[in-house]
Write a protein that binds this ligand. Structure first.
Ligand code: MN3
Length: 234
């Protein structure tokens, strides 16, 4: 047994001991296993494109809600309770059936929103780096890739997301998923995504999803998308 294995097994044993001795603390309602990450900018920082009120409700209520429901689902499940979120979603076929759908919905919601906040920034940015080159090579031109993404985002039926992912062959793909289904469950790594649930835009844009998608395009953090791309290609 190498040192790393010893540490993992040691910490699992400790966790078991802790559960046995302190059930009240472990099962308390206030226990947080997964946590809501803070926004990397102020709630009003994406104005006028994405309004402050939408950002507050989206982050504090919707995203927090996914985190709470995920914690409620995994709290009593020691098979998955201590796994990193990404590992849970990538290994979703091995997750016990009694918590699988909760992890698809709430774990997906947590992962999707965590990425979403990080790929936006005040003032937006110009497409750059290897990811811009790769979009050009994959879809014929940067504009062709961009149009494909926008069209899907503007026409996807019902709630969901549109993604730019690195697939299992290290190729870029653009596609939509419904509800909170994460590309991680297909073995893909999402590097850019847009939330097309009505809660992402209804307060400011009402039924005008296309206006929201155009506005969102003005706050993309391409530096982060490029960093995500480089990490996924390793
Ligand atoms: Mn959302």
């Amino acid at each position: 047994m190498n040192r790393r294995n010893f540490l993992i097994q040691g910490s699992t044993a400790l966790a078991g001991l802790f559960v046995a001795q302190s059930p009240l603390r472990v099962y308390a309602d206030s226990q947080e296993i997964q946590k809501l990450p803070p926004l990397p900018y102020a709630y009003d920082a994406l104005e006028p494109h994405i309004d402050k009120r939408t950002m507050e409700i989206h982050h504090r209520k919707h995203h927090q809600g996914y985190v709470n429901k995920l914690n409620a689902a995994i709290r009593h499940n020691h098979d998955v309770g201590h796994m990193p979120l990404e590992a849970m979603l990538r290994g979703i076929e091995k997750v016990p059936m009694n918590v699988r759908q909760a992890i698809i919905n709430s774990g997906g919601g947590h992962a999707n929103h965590t990425l979403f906040w990080s790929i936006m920034k005040p003032g937006g940015s110009e497409p750059m780096g290897k990811v811009a080159e790769s979009i050009q090579l994959t879809f014929g031109s940067f504009d062709a890739g961009s149009e494909m993404f926008d069209k899907l985002a503007k026409t996807h039926f019902g709630s969901g997301w549109v993604w730019l992912v690195v697939d299992e062959n290290k190729k870029l793909q653009i596609y939509a998923t419904s509800n909170q289904d994460s590309p991680l469950m297909k073995g893909h790594t999402p590097i850019l995504g847009v939330d097309v649930w009505e809660h992402a835009y209804y307060l400011k844009y009402q039924n005008r999803r296309a206006d929201y998608i155009d506005a969102w395009g003005k706050v993309i953090n391409w530096e982060q998308v490029n960093a995500n791309y480089l990490a996924a290609m390793k």
